[in-house]
Ligand binder design. Structure first.
Ligand code: NAD
Length: 547
């Protein structure tokens, strides 16, 4: 399959514009893709709007069946997919299988097995006793057409999780992959096509900011699932604000790891190296700041540098490659500028820090010491294989340094002390805190994913993802023959006297006062009976009498 054309309304279409796609291992173009214009945006939205009229009423069985077919195709196509990810984005094939494909199958299974339980209409018993005559239900209704706008660092799993959550909750999707990784985006359409998705449910439009902007501002789009940088997230929120569209924002990070004096360095060293260097550091939740207790600082630095020396940087298609290239030349320049600025300001670069003389956008694992908390290196997202290390003397200081950031995506603590970890985890400003591991919970459907502060708005994954993609509707049913309710007109003297009794009867903490008020109601028996089921009140006598 060529993966050049856009996928709109079940068709692979060409447009008037084309753009090249690059292989970051060589820096050379390896193919082309068509780019969407306003005409294709309109065509996709028209089709998605029409399709949602039927898809929103589809049964859970039908939605499960679609995901089951996608699962079978993805399972079969996993090697082809991982190879394409390595080619276009640059992460090693092994890593693509582990961190892009496995979570995707797990999330499919989660929605297949648990999704209906989260989204099916739920009966709720009224809290207020006077409302207990009625039946109450919560319905979870799809938003409608949802735009999925994604970055290039996890070109498959990030949009894929958004798309399956959106489709399972009855929405239709227009997906815009990053223009840096369009072929992986189109591969998602290919998977769904092979899984025989009915036309109109999913569209894939290749394009940049302009296409994204057209989607966010179009009145037919009711929800935006955005993953990307803070600056673009803020812009998306502004664009979505006039129509008050549901907007889920998964943004950047500058995640800290704290190594306490009792840490098991046999685990902390390889764990932190993985958390910082996996995907060549291009993970929103990469470890980008390491704070180590001074008592273990030298030992940690020595062991980490020795460990990093064993890592293999190279062709992502080789099975033993640990780190591939960075995905973009511009990204490499940004990383290198930060390292150079730190070096110029006095940092010691003990590993890496130079652009290698080879084709492609490679950058070596880089370790910096003698860094300052206020430098860009410690405050601005690096998104590269760079590990700055700073010693601390007290736990309080470590927490203050970790929280001294505009971001709050994830954080990790490395210690042997469970109680201390439990206490400190609560004091870190982050959406996720992991003890003795990092970032793995992206692959866990039961773990909410998302950031505090500038790292985002809302939580995705598992049931939280589904709940972000629906409107809650409360439906109350009342088929009693009564002609009035206690709280309806007229507001006369009797009503006022009944209200004066209702306060102590329902809300007094004194049992005596409650009972006296309930007895007082006997005077209004006739009126009460007209508006409330006395049988229902009798059924709740215990709560009435005892509060
Ligand atoms: P980006 O913000 O440049 O682009 C993200 C997407 O938004 C792309 O598809 C882009 O074409 C589109 N876009 C750009 N301008 C737009 C506009 N004005 N209107 C609509 N769409 C627009 O981000 P990127 O460089 O592709 O990705 C890297 C960033 O993503 C990093 O900051 C990283 O931390 C973040 N990220 C966050 C998470 C998370 O889960 N929190 C996951 C992965 C990446």
């Amino acid at each position: 399959m060529e993966l050049e054309r856009l996928y709109v309304n079940g068709q692979w279409i060409e447009t008037s514009k084309k753009a090249p796609t690059l292989d970051p291992s060589t820096g050379q173009a390896f193919g082309e893709v068509y780019v969407a214009t306003e005409a294709e945006v309109d065509q996709a939205l028209a089709s998605a709007t029409q399709a949602v009229q039927s898809w929103r009423w589809s049964s859970f069985r039908e939605r499960r069946a679609l995901l089951e077919r996608v699962r079978a195709v993805l399972y079969d196509q996993r090697d082809a997919l991982a190879t394409l990810i390595a080619k276009e984005q640059g992460k090693p094939i092994t890593e693509a299988l582990a961190v892009e494909v496995i979570p995707s199958i797990d999330f499919l299974d989660y929605f297949i097995r648990e999704g209906e339980r989260v989204l099916k209409a739920q009966a709720v018993r009224a809290w207020q006793l006077l409302f207990r005559d009625k039946e109450g239900w919560i319905f979870y209704e799809p938003l409608g057409v949802v735009a999925v706008i994604s970055p290039w660092n996890y070109p498959f799993s990030i949009p894929f999780l958004d798309i399956i959550a959106a489709l399972f909750s009855g929405n239709t999707v227009v997906f815009k992959p990053s223009p840096v990784t369009p072929k992986v985006g189109l591969f998602i359409a290919h998977l769904f096509e092979m899984a025989e998705i009915p036309d109109g449910r999913l569209h894939v439009l290749v394009g940049g900011a302009q296409v994204g902007q057209s989607l966010v501002t179009d009145p037919r789009v009711r929800g935006v699932l955005f993953t990307g940088s803070v600056a673009t997230g803020q812009r998306i929120l502004e664009l979505a604000a006039p129509a008050l569209k549901t907007s889920l924002l998964e943004l950047g990070g500058k995640d800290p790891a704290i190594v306490l004096e009792d840490a098991d360095l046999d685990r902390a060293v390889p764990g932190i190296a993985w958390g910082a260097l996996m995907n060549t550091g291009q993970t929103c939740a990469s470890i980008e700041r390491v704070y180590v207790h001074r008592a273990r600082y030298l030992e940690f630095v020595e062991r980490l540098t020795a460990f990093v020396d064993t890592l293999k940087v190279g062709d992502p298609r080789e099975p033993e490659t640990d780190l591939g290239p960075l995905t973009l030349d511009a990204q490499r320049n940004h990383v290198h500028r930060q390292v150079e600025a730190a070096r110029a300001a006095g940092a010691q670069v003990v590993r890496g820090g130079t652009i290698p003389d080879r084709p492609g956008f490679f950058y070596p694992p880089t370790i910096l010491l003698d860094v300052q908390q206020e430098w860009d290196l410690m405050q601005v997202e690096t998104f590269g294989p760079v590990i700055p290390i700073l010693p601390f003397d007290h736990e309080e200081e470590a927490i203050a340094l970790a929280n001294d950031s505009r971001y709050g995506l994830t954080a990790s603590i490395w210690t042997r002390d469970r109680k201390r970890a439990w206490d400190l985890a609560q004091r870190l400003e982050a959406g996720t805190v992991t003890i003795n591991d990092h970032v793995f919970s992206f692959g866990e459907p039961h773990a909410p994913w998302g950031g505090t502060k500038s790292s985002g708005l809302g939580r995705s994954h598992g049931k939280y993802h589904l709940l972000d993609l629906v409107e809650l509707k409360y439906v109350s049913l009342d088929f009693q023959k009564r002609k009035t309710q206690f709280w309806w007109f007229p507001y006369d003297e009797t009503y006022r006297s009944m209200l004066d009794l209702a306060f102590p009867a329902f809300f007094s903490r004194s049992i005596r006062a409650r009972w006296l008020a309930l007895l007082g109601f006997l005077r209004y028996f006739g009126r009460l009976r007209k508006s409330v089921s006395l049988w229902n009140l009798a059924k709740n006598l215990r709560r009435l009498l005892l509060g």
